[in-house]
Design a protein around this ligand. Structure first.
Ligand code: FPP
Length: 224
């Protein structure tokens, strides 16, 4: 059976779910947050060490301002209301991406990372203002500046995911099969699962089904 350490998720389909059920994309995002909580529980239950969630991409800035504001409002209330619970459950929070947000959000993100920095049961990596191409370019620029060689190891060490092992599983919900500029470097050998369900409908059972399927896969890593 394959060992499982890290699951990454593209949580797609909130907007469609909200429109279909409540004629409101925002409602889809708030329901999506409930799924986030279910999957955190599922990750602990399955002894997963790293859970990476794509919460806001560099491309998401193109959305209407009111939707962007709502997403940050959800993030803010999630961090304010749940930080004690994260601490109690030994969960570490890490932000992946450029911290270019309003000051109060930056402070809250930094505070949440600081408060949970010594926790060790589960690390949640929240990809926020994250774009994979931007991440790789910035790593290469840093290597150039330090006059370091362009090697696989050096690039990995200058990505936001330094110290984080590559995911074994990538899940994308929402019935579309694309990677949307997410972890392009880190998923070279990741097993990818696409779920037809919209993110608010995705649940712990769906998560466990994918884990079971993954455990049975013969992973070759280029060998035979
Ligand atoms: C993609 O669905 C989802 C997002 C861009 C945001 C994800 C946010 C959450 C799950 C809630 C907030 C989470 C945290 C951790 C605070 P979409 O809007 O692109 O859906 P669509 O494809 O149906 O339009």
């Amino acid at each position: 059976m394959n060992p499982l350490n890290h699951v990454a998720i593209i949580m797609d389909g909130n907007g469609r779910w909200g429109l279909k059920n409540y004629n409101s994309r925002k409602r889809g995002h708030s329901e999506g947050l409930k799924t986030v909580e279910k999957i955190i529980k599922g990750s602990i239950k399955n002894k997963i060490n790293y859970l990476t969630l794509f919460a806001f991409s560099t491309e998401n800035w193109k959305r209407p301002k009111s939707e962007i504001n709502y997403l940050f409002h959800l993030l803010e209330s999630f961090l304010k209301n749940k930080i004690d619970e994260l601490k109690k459950n030994n969960i570490k929070l890490k932000i992946l991406g450029e911290k270019k947000f309003p000051k109060k959000i930056i402070n809250l993100l930094k505070k949440s990372e600081f408060i949970t920095k010594n926790n060790s049961q589960l690390q949640i990596n929240l990809a926020l203002n994250y774009g994979s191409k931007q991440e790789i370019i910035s790593a290469i620029k840093k290597l150039n500046k330090k006059k370091l060689n362009i090697t696989e190891e050096n690039i990995s060490n200058f990505l936001y995911t330094k110290y984080i092992p590559d995911p074994e599983i990538l899940i994308r919900t929402g019935n579309t099969k694309r990677l949307s500029n997410f972890l392009l470097w880190q998923i070279s050998y990741t097993e990818i699962f696409f779920s037809k369900k919209l993110w608010p409908d995705f649940n712990e059972k769906d998560f466990e089904k994918i884990i079971k399927q993954f455990k049975k896969i013969k992973r070759n890593f280029g060998k035979i």
